[in-house]
Design a binder for this molecule. Structure first.
Ligand SMILES: *Cc1c(COP(=O)(O)O)cnc(C)c1O
Length: 424
């Protein structure tokens, strides 16, 4: 196929895309030329839904005109504000409403979950995580191990990719579970690995772990709003995520947390408590004895930050309209198209670290330059050409075309720009 016919086909894919109208619901950064930038950085910070501004103004107005009375009398009463996102959030992660709560930020939630689900004892004190996990997760895990007076050298196990492979095989996780399962207290993995874009087989891993009595948690920072999740059905113990990546809820947005229903009323679980986790009917009796709510809500410490929850409310409305099923269908095609163009035009210059099997990845492809030393220069060229993407040392460019606001034409143009940059 020649350039013109590929271009025509690409435009046609955009015209027939059933989700094409959602792009208009977002602000897309403008380039100097006046055109929109090609924004492939939703894995780092999602774009702003246009509706956010209006909703935020309403909250500011309620604060201005009602002040403390807005807790009960606002259009969206602040007292129960976090409850307004629960049902929609539960849908996105495949959970029951009692199992999810929007609160804090990701790493805070990870610590709160480990307080409850990492209970090391002599003989069962190890945590399994992936090699090269996101640093914050690694710091959190090490500090939890130390907090319990164990030593990360003996208590932290990392599963690695095999030599000359980029991604981690489920069978290698299985092997560790078989060999060291009795020592493992917790398995903590990413849903989608931030660097390689690999989606772990969460259901299978959870089943293997539970046969050995190991608790299982997932960090869904790069999975939520990106791949289909069925946390309830998969039976995972807990999960945490942030909302500013694929969930488009703005910098530092309120994060999320899942605790499986089977733990909902287990008051024997140790936890750090705060008044927002206390029985709602009795919260303002100000009694000294903590009476935990049933479900994930009981892990809340403080009253929620209204102004950082509002964008999530707007964003989840869009997710509900689009539906995870349709988003995933488009996402698979959009990423497959990127993969196809790279394979056919840049095979000699680029390796793709991300698995080829769509079931084992989300929308992101991690592109590794074969000419290592040119990485940073090529990335600078992309920036000059108004492509927004992200660079990770030593030579990986992460490209995340998202089904809500990216077009096939942007994928096509990106590959052209990348090709020119590589052939300079
Ligand atoms: C983005 C990301 C985080 C960020 O943590 P915050 O607590 O939101 O700052 C943590 N873990 C992973 C895997 C991430 O991708």
């Amino acid at each position: 196929m020649n350039f013109k016919s590929v271009l025509d086909t690409t435009k046609q894919m955009d015209e027939t895309d059933p989700l094409r109208e959602f792009r208009d619901r977002f602000y897309i950064p403008k380039a100097k030329s006046g055109r929109h930038k090609i924004y492939f950085c939703g894995n780092s910070l999602g774009l702003q839904p246009k509706e956010v501004e209006k909703l935020l103004e309403e909250e500011l107005e309620d604060w201005k005109s009602q002040a403390v009375d807005a807790h009960l009398q606002a259009k969206r009463p602040w007292l129960s504000y976090h409850e307004q996102v629960t049902t929609k959030l539960a849908k996105v992660v495949g959970a029951k409403p009692i199992e999810v709560v929007a609160m804090n930020s990701l790493t805070v939630n990870l610590h709160l979950m480990m307080v409850s689900f990492y209970a090391p004892a002599e003989g069962r004190h190890k945590i399994l995580m992936e090699d090269k996990a996101f640093p914050s997760d690694r710091y959190a895990v090490e500090s939890q191990i130390r907090f319990h007076d164990f030593d990360p050298h003996s208590s932290l196990i990392e599963v690695k990719a095999r030599p000359n492979e980029n991604c981690i095989r489920t069978e290698d996780i299985q092997k560790i579970i078989e060999e060291q399962g009795d020592d493992l207290a917790l398995i903590l993995l990413s849903g989608v690995q931030y660097y390689t874009g690999q989606a772990f087989e969460m259901e299978a891993i959870t089943r293997l772990a539970q046969q050995k009595g190991i608790r299982v948690g997932f960090d869904l920072a790069h999975a939520v709003g990106n791949i289909p999740l069925e946390l309830h059905q998969w039976d995972v113990d807990f999960a945490v995520w942030c909302s500013y990546k694929y969930l488009n809820s703005g910098p530092g947005a309120i994060a999320g947390c899942f605790v499986h229903e089977r733990h909902a009323r287990n008051t024997a679980l140790k936890r750090f408590a705060g008044w927002w986790g206390h029985n709602k009917q009795k919260r303002f009796l100000m009694e000294p004895i903590f009476d935990p709510l049933p479900g994930a809500e009981s892990w809340q410490l403080s009253n929620p930050p209204i102004l950082s929850t509002t964008p999530l409310l707007a964003s989840l409305g869009i997710f509900e309209e689009a539906g995870m099923k349709r988003l995933r269908e488009k996402s698979i095609q959009l990423t497959a198209y990127l993969e196809f163009l790279i394979h056919s035009k840049l095979e000699n210059e680029i390796d793709i670290l991300t698995p080829q099997d769509p079931k084992q990845r989300g929308c992101q492809l991690s592109l590794q330059l074969k000419q290592k030393e040119r990485g940073s220069e090529v990335y600078q060229q992309l920036l000059l050409k108004e492509v927004v993407c992200d660079w990770r040392e030593p030579n990986v460019i992460r490209i995340a075309p998202t089904p809500l606001y990216n077009k096939y034409l942007e994928v096509f143009e990106f590959v052209q720009i990348l090709k020119e940059a590589l052939h300079r």
